[in-house]
Design a protein around this ligand. Structure first.
Ligand code: FES
Length: 160
């Protein structure tokens, strides 16, 4: 499975460019950014390849990849389900909605369903407190969500 992810000629050229210079973390971050932009996450085999090609320890590559929140080491689901846990949503029952999401999707926060369809995330206020509690699926905002609404919302995306 991992060999479906390869260093593209564009990334290879960029690594070559960086290699000529004295190693700095910012070059490594730039390379990892390019890989994540291409695949949506950082595949293990590519982090090892980056280490070899940039002639730096693999541990250094993993260190940077795990330190910065913008990098993810696992592929995200096709749909990102974001629940707002800001104050207004929280007092209007966001925790119960979150529990319903966990039960419906059978995953915890920051996990992806086995079929790769959904990743569950939490966010802070998205600025629509009047509609609390709020759940976002990709770009679509669902307002006044109750725990019972959750299976209905999820079903829409399963059948897409
Ligand atoms: S607290 Fe959830 S939208 Fe503001």
């Amino acid at each position: 499975m991992s060999d479906t992810y390869t260093i593209t000629p564009e990334i290879e050229a960029f690594i070559e460019e960086c290699k000529g210079k004295e190693f700095s973390k910012s070059y490594l971050i730039a390379v990892l950014h390019k890989i994540q932009a291409k695949y949506g996450f950082l595949p293990n085999n590519l982090m090892e390849e980056v280490a070899i090609r940039m002639e730096i320890p693999t541990s250094k590559v993993y260190g940077v990849a795990t330190f910065y929140h913008m990098f993810t080491l696992v592929p995200e689901g096709k749909h990102i389900v974001n629940i707002c846990l800001g104050t207004a949503c929280y007092v209007k029952g966001a925790e119960q909605v979150l529990n319903s999401l966990k039960n419906s999707l059978k995953i915890d926060l920051n996990q992806t369903t086995e079929d790769g369809l959904f990743t569950l995330k939490a966010t802070r206020c998205i600025g629509t407190c009047g509609l609390a509690p709020v759940v976002m699926v990709d770009e679509k905002v669902y307002s006044n969500v109750t725990p019972d609404d959750v299976p209905v919302i999820i079903a829409k995306y399963k059948n897409k």
